[in-house]
Design a protein. Sequence first.
Lengths: 116, 118
Amino acid sequence: AQKVTQAQTEISVVEKEDVTLDCVYETRDTTYYLFWYKQPPSGELVFLIRRNSFDEQNEISGRYSWNFQKSTSSFNFTITASQVVDSAVYFCALSEGSSNTGKLIFGQGTTLQVKP
Amino acid sequence: DTAVSQTPKYLVTQMGNDKSIKCEQNLGHDTMYWYKQDSKKFLKIMFSYNNKELIINETVPNRFSPKSPDKAHLNLHINSLELGDSAVYFCASSPNGLGLAGIYNEQFFGPGTRLTVL
């Protein structure tokens, strides 16, 4: 069955530290899609990245980077030189190609607190 | 020029009442969704419509009924509200499942509706 696990419930770092948010997924599909969303204290859900199962290239966007490892079913998210504005709940999500519905299965979320 | 909007943003009501939450998207997307976020921040899909057709109907009490009058709108009606229905409800939309490049498109979320049942 499909599942997303974010084992870190809460992480607290001091500004400028690097931090990695872990995401492990389970699926029987060979075609699937992985996402990260950010939910700042204001409550909205902000899309960060999408990754296809057939593209294992890592991605970097400014201070954000993502490491996709099919061998370990992980899609980890690293913030370099964290800032207070990075404080938010971060969700990893999975969508299976076989569903063809776009249904997102979310992890439990990781609350990141960046202290000044 | 809000992409996905929801009304109301806050809804406080008594147990047993019936209420509706409205969602509209101006992105021209074909698919819309309702998610529920509980007090522990866990997000779970409830329903989805594609071009006014129901395509996802998760295990949700039948007191919850979605309605899609057209592909830009997806409303959620809840009958006989219970304390456990208190949550934040998010509407989302996305283009059809597979984009032209074969890439699965992301979902754009509305601001959420915080429902409190007293």
